[in-house]
Design a binder for this molecule. Structure first.
Ligand SMILES: Nc1nc2c(c(=O)[nH]1)N=C([C@H](O)[C@H](O)COP(=O)(O)OP(=O)(O)OP(=O)(O)O)CN2
Ligand SMILES: [Zn+2]
Length: 123
C-alpha cells in the first residue's frame, strides 16, 4: 500500500463549549492540517493520486473554516469546535470527495499549536 501526505492550514476563531477554563472564551488559532491517504495501485504516471488533487480538495474543505468564527459554522454551531471534532469533520468531507476503489483517506491530523494535535483515523 502507498501512503501520501499533504499539509495545509487555516486560521479561525472559536470557543470550546461545555468546557470550563479559559478556552471557553473566544480565541483563535492558526491550525495546521495534515491529510494522509492510502492507495493500493498507481496509475500509468506512477501516481496514487495527484498531490494537486489532494491539496485542492483539502483547501476546498478548509475554505469552509478559514477566517470564520467556527461556532457559527455547521456542524460546530451544535458541536464543540475542538481539534478532535475538526479532524473528524475534515476527514468525513474528504472521504466523500476522494475515496474510490483505490484511494482512501487514512488520517487527518489537526495541529492547533506547535505542540498539540488531534487525529481522526479510518477504522
Ligand atoms: N483535547 C483537546 N484539548 C484542548 C483543545 C482541543 O481541541 N482538544 N483545545 C483547547 C483550546 O482550544 C485552547 O486554545 C488550547 O489551550 P492550551 O492547550 O492551553 O493552549 P495554550 O496555547 O494556552 O498552551 P500552553 O502550552 O498552555 O501555553 C484546550 N484543550
Ligand atoms: Zn482553542
Amino acid at each position: 500500500m502507498f501512503l501520501l501526505k499533504i499539509q495545509s492550514h487555516f486560521a479561525a476563531a472559536h470557543n470550546l463549549i461545555h468546557y470550563q477554563g479559559d478556552c471557553e472564551n473566544l480565541h483563535g488559532h492558526n491550525w495546521k492540517v495534515e491529510v494522509e491517504v492510502g492507495a493500493h495501485e498507481l496509475d500509468k504516471s506512477g501516481l496514487a493520486v495527484d498531490f494537486k488533487v489532494l491539496k485542492r480538495e483539502t483547501n476546498r474543505v478548509l475554505d469552509l473554516l478559514d477566517h470564520k468564527y467556527l461556532n457559527e459554522v455547521k456542524p460546530f454551531d451544535e458541536l464543540s469546535p475542538s481539534s478532535e471534532n475538526i479532524s473528524r469533520f475534515v476527514f468525513e468531507q474528504l472521504t466523500e470527495s476522494l475515496n474510490d476503489g483505490n484511494v482512501f483517506v487514512k488520517r487527518v491530523t489537526v495541529w492547533e499549536s506547535d505542540n498539540a494535535c488531534a487525529s481522526y483515523v479510518a477504522d
